[in-house]
Design a protein around this ligand. Structure first.
Ligand code: SF4
Length: 74
């Protein structure tokens, strides 16, 4: 999968800690940034395809991505 979208993420240059939060409040902070990101869709697809378990990707938390994968498998 082409990963060039990564260069255009709103998270580029920001602390990775923001996107690997330890609480729900932290997830909201990351989500706000992702919401304004031009490559949100590609990011989420990448995380789902690669079964990335940790962090916020494409504006979705770990739990939300697990749910999306379960729904896709059903
Ligand atoms: S959607 Fe969020 S995590 Fe993904 S590239 Fe954009 S800002 Fe970064």
């Amino acid at each position: 999968m082409n990963e060039s979208w990564m260069d255009y993420g709103k998270c580029v240059g920001k602390s990775p800690n923001i996107f690997f939060p330890s609480s729900g409040m932290g997830v909201d902070r990351a989500r706000k940034i992702c919401r304004e990101c031009d490559v949100q869709e590609a990011c989420l697809e990448y995380a789902l395809c690669n079964r990335i378990k940790h962090g916020v990707w494409g504006g979705r938390s770990e739990r939300e991505r697990r749910r999306l994968l379960r729904q896709a498998a059903a």
